[in-house]
Design a protein. Structure first.
Length: 280
């Protein structure tokens, strides 16, 4: 009995330590200024920012301004600021200071001299020079994370639920499309894949190959529509149709953008044909 009590105490202590470590990790991941979700409110604490905290301060300010810029566009006005903020963080993750070479450190130091003047004088509104210096500070060499999202090219695939964000890394000349799904039921958002991941959806790919052996997914943004609202078995589905390129095409559906089912297909020049459910 005594041994059982000792083991129980050890287990409880280990669980307490684990939760303490998780709390520390979560707090660290948020950054020192993660509680500020308004660039104006964050700017007000500038005088109290210590030199060792400027990385977090300017990075947070950059994320907030970029999110607030997206919020000004009419087709994004209904998205919660928190969602846009988290999206910007996903596209532009923090550039670790330890990766900077000597040239990067020099550029950052020069940018900081300029930033000090703007923040001290509170000259922050619609200031393109300020933003140039902010960008230089958070990513001096315009390298791995120098990615821009053009608000004009954001597509609302499903109203208030699914958006396509085209990003461009101007330094590398690379373009990438992010799909932002807002889960209304859970009041949450996720960056999701529209094209099924082959390793995770082997049955889906086998089904496509069965009907269209040579089919290849288009690189362009697909069209998406919701299932029939009056049909409970269908209302929660998203139907996805890859961009038409006058070749074979498919339509497939998903509820969570993790598992996908083929719903219909069409060979070039033929009519659409529904796919029967596989027999058990």
């Amino acid at each position: 009995m005594e041994n059982e009590n000792i083991n129980y105490k050890k287990m409880r202590r280990n669980i307490t330590i684990l939760f303490a470590l998780l709390s520390m990790t979560f707090a660290f991941g948020q950054g020192k200024y993660g509680k500020y979700l308004s660039s104006k409110k964050l700017a007000m604490v500038y005088k109290n920012v210590k030199d060792g905290d400027k990385d977090d301060f300017y990075q947070q300010y950059y994320w907030l301004v970029k999110a607030e810029q997206l919020k000004t566009y009419p087709h994004l006005k209904d998205i919660k600021p928190k969602v846009l903020y988290e999206f910007v963080k996903k596209v532009n993750p923090q550039n670790p200071t330890k990766k900077l070479d000597q040239r990067g450190k020099e550029l950052r130091a020069t940018a900081e001299l300029s930033l000090n003047q703007y923040f001290k004088n509170k000259n922050l509104d619609n200031n393109s020079v300020l933003m140039y210096n902010i960008e230089t500070y958070v990513d001096p060499l315009k390298g791995e994370y120098y990615t821009k999202v053009d608000p004009e090219k954001i597509k609302e695939l499903v109203p208030k639920e699914l958006f396509a964000f085209n990003s461009n890394n101007r330094n590398k000349g690379e373009e990438k499309t992010y799909y932002l799904w807002i889960n209304k039921e859970k009041d949450d958002f996720n960056i999701v894949d529209i094209i099924p991941e082959e390793k995770e959806n082997k049955a889906f790919y086998a089904r496509v190959k069965q009907y269209l052996p040579s089919y290849k997914f288009s690189k362009y943004v697909p069209s998406v529509k919701k299932g029939t609202k009056t049909d409970r078995t269908d209302a929660d589905y998203y139907y996805i149709m890859p961009f038409e390129q006058n070749t074979d095409n498919i339509e497939y559906k998903t509820k969570d953008f993790k598992t996908f089912e083929l719903s219909q297909y069409r060979k070039a020049g033929d009519e659409w044909k529904g796919v029967e459910k596989p027999r058990k």
